[in-house]
Design a protein around this ligand. Structure first.
Ligand code: S3P
Length: 187
């Protein structure tokens, strides 16, 4: 297996790095490692929503419905984007909301962790607390979500393939892509 080389120059983020993509793409594990590599704080939006609601996401869906969850998700993302520069892992649906997408474009840099169906299936099978997959055929759900969401995730200015089993290799690709992106954006 060939590992990507790390970035040759130090790089400092000037905007929050916002990881987007489907359930199982690795947003949380890549985000945590990326934050430590960039010497930034890491925050998981799903965890923040749970803290704000005082209960797990499963319960929010069950007791209040998906629409209430999405409202909370929009508010939490708006707050996190106003905090000092950090790495933010979003839940899979966050970037699908047009307001959240606009807020991320204005204040952060979105990175889509793109993964194949096989990867998503393997990784989501490790947890059983995702309401959208509960009592459903995960392959059918994920396939439908890929059809519906991949064209929207593709609006992210940075796309990184996340099928490689190694978190570190994905992190290295994200850092390289962030560097290239900020060079291209520089006046
Ligand atoms: C969701 C993804 C989940 C969580 C919620 C809804 C989605 O986050 O926000 O269950 O709509 O794709 P992860 O992508 O971190 O699993």
């Amino acid at each position: 297996m060939q590992l990507d080389p790390g970035p040759s120059e130090p790089w400092a983020a000037t905007r929050s790095v916002v990881l987007v993509g489907l359930m199982g793409a690795g947003k949380t594990s890549v985000g945590r490692r990326l934050a430590s590599r960039l010497d930034l704080a890491f925050v998981d939006a799903d965890t923040e929503i749970e803290k704000a609601a005082g209960c797990p996401i499963e319960d929010i869906f069950e007791m209040h419905g998906e629409a209430a969850f999405r409202d909370g998700e929009r508010r939490v993302l708006a707050r996190l984007l106003d905090e000092p520069v950090q790495v933010i892992a979003t839940g899979g649906g966050a970037f699908i909301d047009a307001d959240t997408r606009a807020a991320i474009a204005a204040k952060g840099t979105a990175v889509w962790l793109r993964a194949s169906l096989a990867t998503l299936l393997a990784r989501t099978a490790r947890r059983d607390d995702r309401p959208l997959l509960k009592d459903q055929d995960p392959e059918a759900v994920l396939r439908n979500l890929m059809d519906a969401r991949y064209p929207i995730y593709a609006e992210a200015p940075i796309v990184v393939d996340a099928d490689d089993g190694s978190v570190d290799a994905t992190v290295a690709r994200v850092v390289t892509a962030l560097q290239a992106h900020s060079k291209a954006e520089a006046p």
